[in-house]
Write a protein that binds this ligand. Structure first.
Ligand SMILES: [Zn+2]
Ligand SMILES: [Zn+2]
Length: 247
């Protein structure tokens, strides 16, 4: 078992609100500098920078999961993490089929660009990725479960775009692998204010939109291997894997 530092909520230049410096190459370089061994690029409703970021991460000796931050019909942000190209393509197809298509105005919302290793623009997404998908949080959770992904409601304590801001509580029937908490509260304070299933696992990430935010918030995991399955075991508490407690 090893102690592995991970930041699983990082936005790239595909996200309209992310800084244009957030290229896969810059993200990986900063992640290495910050001592991260496991990262995930989770753009708003897009997985398109996953493959390039993983390739660059592997060259630098760290691992990058595929993922997206899905905005559900209720406007709840949820981290969805997967590992194989087949899962990523299924997730990307789900997003493209279900997002409510609103044209993006880059002057107002920001640019949404896919870049290559040389940071040249390869594609610009013309519909607004920050829009919601036409699926409820339960439907998104069910879909992610069906492709064996990890489903983690994001920044659950925040006053906007969170399960508590939109629903007022964490539904007891919601299927999730962990809850992501922001740095604005503690696990104990959140638990005190919200009834939760026993054994609910919390993680913390940076939600970086700028390079200098990467790795400023993170979670340490006890893993037998740095991989998707290793992370899954840690979130499930299997075989001695786990999440190091934090405040
Ligand atoms: Zn968010
Ligand atoms: Zn985010």
């Amino acid at each position: 078992m090893k102690r592995v530092r991970a930041d699983l909520h990082i936005h790239s230049v595909i996200s309209p609100c992310a800084d244009l410096e957030m290229s896969p190459a810059n993200i990986v370089a900063r992640a290495v500098q910050m001592g991260l061994q496991l990262i995930a690029v989770t753009d708003h409703n897009s997985t398109l920078h996953g493959p390039l970021t993983r390739r660059l991460a592997l060259k630098s000796g760290i691992y990058c999961l595929y993922g997206a931050e899905i905005n559900t019909r209720e406007e709840i942000h949820c981290l969805c993490l997967v590992d194989t190209e087949e899962q990523r393509l299924a997730l990307q197809a789900f997003l493209e089929q279900n997002i409510i298509h609103i044209p993006n105005n880059p002057d107002i919302f920001g640019y949404q660009v896919v870049v290559n290793e040389q940071e040249e623009i390869e594609q610009e997404i013309d519909y607004l990725l920050h829009a919601a998908v036409n699926k409820s949080i339960d439907e998104v959770a069910e879909f992610i479960n069906s492709i064996q992904g990890l489903f983690i409601p994001a920044h659950v304590d925040r006053p906007k775009y969170s399960v508590t801001s939109q629903l007022g509580f964490v539904p007891p029937t919601l299927q999730f692998d962990a809850l992501e908490i922001s740095r604005n509260t503690s696990v104990d304070a959140f638990k005190a204010a919200n009834p939760l299933k026993p054994g609910t696992v919390f993680i913390r990430n940076s939600d970086a939109h700028f390079i200098n935010q990467i790795g400023t918030q993170y979670t340490d995991y006890c893993l037998d291997e740095i991989s998707f399955n290793g992370l899954k075991a840690a979130l499930s508490g299997w075989g001695g894997a786990g999440v190091y407690p934090f405040q």
